[in-house]
Write a protein that binds this ligand. Structure first.
Ligand code: ATP
Ligand code: MG
Length: 337
């Protein structure tokens, strides 16, 4: 009976495939936007190099990891040999330089958890955050981009999930819900778990790329062009995967005992990581291991209130996918407090 129910569900869900694909397509940024981002980066690099000839700029985050929707902010990392200069001094100097070059709303936020300079480029309307020497973020951006090249269903799923999370107001780390980065890792984890699997575990394959950043070794198989079609034995479509994703996080994930680990390509036990109890502000109520900074739980922002909000949203989404006659309409209905 279970099998029959699943078959019925499958056939029904296929009807929504087109609508999900249309939403995905509508979220992809147009080429000219990418072009404008590149121009902005080149312009910033020129300004920066006048002051620090050796410094380099790298894009990271959604404008470079292939999970960026149209009109996203641009995240930039300034890589610089800082010697003895404090980060805050560099940021203040950088803010001065940018200010005198007609960029708008230039602000140095030196007390933030990740200190940055914010700015807006009036020519393109693009907003941009610049941080210093956050090279790990540049490397995890590459990991995400590499995963995205293996199977287009990752990009489709992650766009839908991010769009859902923004609509439902559960993409706000300052309110105890999850970052976009965490959601993409949850998608990768989920696709590694499908049977047959849709994504491999790149960090458990022979390393063709290896760097050490801030004492953390980052190594994995990055020749992803050789892996295209790797998951094609699994023929699930985007509608089924959206349903499966929410169903997994609503009803199947063992929140009490396990950690989602993209690094291992499976769940691992909380006990193994000593994430079983609250330590300081880290409550470990939903555990998502950072693929490189393995002591870092991306779920640590989640508290006992927001975990309920999150899980209720997963359940709502799973139930909509199961029963609603127009899931694409209902799923993304803005959350109204
Ligand atoms: P959005 O489209 O919402 O801007 P984004 O991909 O830029 O999405 P963010 O969550 O803003 O996602 O994160 C930007 C980048 O910063 C990520 O791609 C990741 O490289 C890095 N990052 C963000 N949060 C963390 C974190 N908690 N630990 C390590 N790296 C992080
Ligand atoms: Mg961003």
């Amino acid at each position: 009976r279970m099998f029959k129910r699943q078959m019925v569900c499958r056939r029904d869900i296929e009807r929504f495939n087109r609508s999900f694909l249309a939403i995905y397509e509508s979220l992809i940024p147009p080429e000219e936007e990418k072009e404008k981002q590149k121009q902005l980066l080149t312009m910033l690099e020129k300004l920066v190099n006048k002051e620090w000839p050796e410094a380099r700029l790298f894009l990271y985050g959604s404008c470079a990891n292939s999970f960026g929707v149209s009109k996203s902010d641009v995240d930039v990392c300034l890589a610089i040999e800082d010697g003895d200069t404090r980060k805050s001094e560099i940021l203040l100097r950088l803010a001065d330089i940018l200010q005198s070059d007609n960029l708008q709303n230039v602000q140095a936020l030196i007390r933030a958890r990740v200190p940055i300079v914010k700015l807006m480029d009036p020519a393109s309307g693009i907003s941009c955050d610049i941080c210093i020497n956050n090279v790990l973020a540049v490397v995890n951006t590459k990991l995400l981009r590499d995963y995205a090249q293996i199977d287009v269903r990752l990009r489709q799923l992650a766009y839908i999930v991010k769009h859902w999370a923004k609509s439902r107001a559960v993409n706000e780390t300052y309110h105890g819900t999850l970052s976009s980065y965490a959601y993409v890792l949850m998608c990768i984890h989920f696709l590694q778990q499908r049977r047959p699997a849709i994504l491999p575990c790149l960090q458990r394959m022979e390393a063709t790329y290896s760097v050490t950043v801030d004492g953390v070794q980052c190594a994995y198989f990055d020749q992803v062009e050789k892996l295209q079609g790797w998951g094609s034995r699994n023929r699930e479509t985007i509608a089924e995967l959206v349903w499966g994703f929410f169903y997994y996080w609503a009803y199947c994930h063992d929140y009490a005992n396990t950690v989602a680990s993209v690094r291992m390509g499976r769940t691992i036990s909380k006990r193994e990581k000593d994430w079983t109890r609250r330590v300081g502000n880290d409550r470990h109520l939903i555990c998502i291991e950072d693929p490189f900074e393995v002591s870092h739980d991306l779920g640590r922002v989640v508290d006992k209130f927001s975990i309920r909000v999150l899980r209720e949203e997963f359940e709502r989404a799973a139930d909509i996918m199961q029963h609603d006659s127009n899931p694409c309409g209902t799923l993304f209905q803005p959350y109204v407090p």
